[in-house]
Write a protein that binds this ligand. Structure first.
Ligand SMILES: *Cc1c(COP(=O)(O)O)cnc(C)c1O
Length: 474
């Protein structure tokens, strides 16, 4: 493909994406086709001769787009949002076009330096503790996902618990990781990958109403493990749990970690984005105790997957835990000690120029634009919660500090399961569920950039009508 052919095909692809976004609300949010429908529509092998891009676009129209879950749809209220935006796509396009490998500073100096500066910008924007800035001992890096951030934090924590000798000792089953019963599954996965075994994870009980980690139970578990001869290495506290957006109390958890020399990682994958608004920073109280922190701009901050922002207070410790330097990567800049080589800050060696999409997003929206996006989501969620509260058939399940509302029909699980199925089958909206205290609970998460008041009101109307139409009468 020559540059001129690329130009022509590229315009067509950009047009295709713009048309997709402009007509999203005319589609059902999810596909109703059975498994195998897409595979059955594809030829058995690749084409022998090349085809024009138009042929691929035609297949996108007929084969792919109708059989997707449309995450950018204004009626998408499932899981958490996975935002993208025009500037994010354009930044990613530039990254793809440059095709730079940013593993070392020397393999693309701007790729590294832009990322360092943007993570400092973001730290400022979220008002994170100054210890995370690159101007001191700390610094930030873009990981692919919050799961990777948890894994890296686990590796640093174990390195620290081993007195800086983890590289020598390797797998050691004595180390313990603590997180609440509501913490993300990536905590257990990271412990397994780090060789601690699933039994190395202690799940700490939560408050039955707020679903936040009990500091007393955490202290008791750490003390019992120390008495038994095991080594408490890591606490993962969550700001905005995946199930219900519960906020673990950092001001109480932090001092326990400090007292016992335990590494504290704070996972704010979803809720961290809210801190761009000064009035939504409550979850970050006590963050000065944290050794590392992450949030996903790819969830609620208009930046396409993958973009997890991860900070550490001590970059030296991180590099010590992860670095392996083969001869073929040696270079003068690394040896000078004056540069960051981000390959040492993550599990893979290679890395894309992900800072570009973040840069495009920050510059297009500006701080005020990002705040407006977050505030709209929070306000629409509050409006929806008011509807639920005013209808005696329903109950809210726990608080809704951000833009996720958990709710259910009063009474048994069965009608709630039927309600969710009926609402999702209708087409215009999509919700998911969770279990809270053992009870089937519906989740409505606002956050798609296209979602407006009319979409949230429509969701409520649909839910209300579907509840009335249930065999049990709602
Ligand atoms: C979504 C989520 C994750 C996982 O996010 P990825 O970036 O997809 O790995 C981790 N922790 C919490 C609290 C989450 O909500």
């Amino acid at each position: 493909m020559t540059p001129d052919e690329f130009r022509q095909a590229g315009y067509a692809v950009v047009d295709w994406i713009a048309d997709y976004w402009a007509t999203l609300d005319q589609r059902p949010v999810t596909s109703q086709d059975p498994p195998g429908a897409v595979a059955a529509g594809l030829p058995a092998g690749p084409p022998v001769h090349g085809e024009p891009v138009e042929a691929v676009l035609a297949d996108l129209d007929t084969l792919v787009a109708p059989r997707l879950t449309h995450w950018q749809h204004p009626g998408f209220f499932g899981y958490f949002p996975a935002n993208t935006s025009g500037p994010s796509v354009l930044g990613d396009l530039v990254s793809a076009g440059l095709g730079v490998q940013g593993m070392l500073w020397a393999t693309g100096p701007a790729c590294t330096e832009l990322e360092t500066v943007l993570l400092d910008w973001l730290a400022e924007l979220l008002d994170l503790p100054t210890r995370f800035r690159s101007t001191g001992a700390g610094g930030g890096v873009i990981q692919d996902s919050a799961s990777s951030a948890t894994l890296v934090a686990t590796l640093i924590a174990v390195h620290r618990a081993a007195g800086g000798r983890w590289r020598q000792v390797g797998v050691d089953r004595r180390y313990r990781v603590y997180a609440s019963t509501e913490a993300h599954s990536s905590v257990e996965k990271a412990a397994r990958i780090a060789g601690l075994g699933a039994e190395g994870v202690r799940l700490i009980e939560v408050d039955p109403v707020t679903r936040a980690m009990s500091p007393a139970a955490l202290r008791a578990a750490i003390e019992a493990d120390r008495a038994a001869g095991t080594v408490p290495a890591l606490v993962v506290a969550t700001v905005g749990t995946t199930s219900t957006t519960a906020v673990d109390p950092l001001p109480l958890i932090g001092p326990i970690c400090a007292e016992h020399g335990v590494f504290l990682h704070v996972d704010a994958a979803y809720a961290g984005a809210a801190a761009v608004c000064p009035e939504l920073r409550f979850g970050h109280a006590g963050l000065e105790y944290a050794d590392s922190y992450c949030f996903d701009p790819h969830k609620w901050l208009l930046t396409g997957f993958d973009c997890d922002a991860f900070w550490v207070a001590d970059a030296g410790e991180l590099v010590e835990a992860l670095t392996v330097l083969p001869e073929y990567l040696r270079n003068a800049a690394t040896e000078s000690g004056a540069v960051i080589d981000y390959r040492d800050w993550q599990v893979p060696l290679g890395r894309r120029f992900r800072a570009l999409k973040l840069w495009f997003v920050l510059r297009w929206y500006g701080v005020e634009g990002l705040r407006e996006h977050i505030r709209r989501g929070v306000a629409l969620a509050a409006r929806f919660a008011d509807r639920v509260r005013a209808d005696e058939r329903f109950e809210l399940v726990g608080p809704h500090p951000y833009a996720l509302v958990c709710f259910r029909l009063r009474g048994p699980d069965g009608p709630n399961e039927q309600l969710l199925a009926a609402v999702n089958a209708a087409g215009p909206v999509y919700l998911t569920h969770t279990r809270v205290g053992g009870r089937h609970t519906l989740r409505l998460a606002v956050g798609s950039p296209q979602t407006r008041q009319s979409h949230v009101d429509e969701a409520w109307e649909l839910i209300s009508r579907a509840a009335a139409a249930l065999p049990s009468g709602g």
